[in-house]
Design a protein around this ligand. Structure first.
Ligand SMILES: [Zn+2]
Ligand SMILES: [Zn+2]
Length: 253
């Protein structure tokens, strides 16, 4: 697969714009299935029974608000950053050899773990220091029952920080380009899943055993009880700092 991509799509893949287009496109494509679930709502009981907070479906106004914030951030931040990369960054060379499956899986996991640690600290501080919360993070807490499009309902500073880490971390971990792109898509997937509002049998937290991974049910609790579950992906940092809470905690409060 790598040889095919390298030999036939080299121009596209070497462009500094490629990772930006890949992540933006993955975001919208991955939001669509959840959006369909939300629009059909109770008319699709087979799916609706997995809704974490039943009777709290997003309204049209909420969907428009989040789409508006996303569009605003993309026009004001993502697009200029993409143009700057395109103008000033030379095309990246494509390595001849593909990563092994082990390198790819290890790289993706390593990047998720590193991001999880960085965002845990950022997130913790932006809840504990009132000025940081009000100025930068409060917009993400507009909705106590998250839905897929609320994933990128973020302030500019948060989007820039998250974008910086997802760009720089694979470089620090010396990842292959294919591993980097795979991490970016997986990261978008798990971030959207965190906010989808459904705990499906195939949700990441159910596929990864021993409660190692937080997933949608834990992040849903964060939106209901904002002083819990600060880590975006795994659960070890919250368990270590005593901020971990299960979904039943939110229900009983
Ligand atoms: Zn969130
Ligand atoms: Zn938060």
């Amino acid at each position: 697969m790598w040889d095919y991509l390298r030999l036939n799509h080299s121009e596209t893949l070497r462009s500094p714009l490629f990772p930006v287009i890949l992540t933006v496109a993955s975001y919208f494509v991955l939001c669509i299935p959840y959006l369909v679930c939300d629009i059909l709502g109770k008319k699709w009981p087979a799916i609706y029974r997995y809704k974490l907070q039943p009777d709290k479906l997003p309204t049209t106004a909420m969907l428009i608000h989040c789409s508006g914030v996303t569009l605003y951030n993309h026009i004001l931040l993502v697009f200029p950053a993409a143009v700057a990369q395109w103008l000033w960054r030379p095309p990246v060379p494509l390595p001849e050899r593909a990563p092994t499956l082990l390198e790819l899986a290890g790289g993706v996991t390593g990047n998720l773990l590193l991001f999880d640690f960085q965002y845990f600290i950022w997130h913790f501080l932006h809840h504990k220091i009132r000025w940081l919360y009000v100025t930068f993070h409060a917009i993400h807490h507009n909705y106590s029952a998250p839905f897929a499009l609320a994933t990128q309902c973020l302030g500019g500073w948060e989007l820039v920080t998250v974008g910086f880490w997802t760009t720089i971390n694979p470089v620090l971990l010396r990842c292959h380009l294919l591993t980097t792109w795979m991490f970016m898509v997986v990261h978008v997937y798990v971030s959207v899943e965190d906010h989808c509002g459904y705990d499906f049998p195939w949700s990441t937290s159910r596929l990864i055993p021993f409660g190692v991974y937080g997933g949608p049910s834990k992040h849903d609790v964060h939106h209901q009880k904002p002083n819990t579950n600060f880590a975006p992906h795994f659960s070890h940092w919250d368990k270590l700092f005593g901020t971990h809470a299960d979904f039943s905690y939110a229900k009983t409060q």
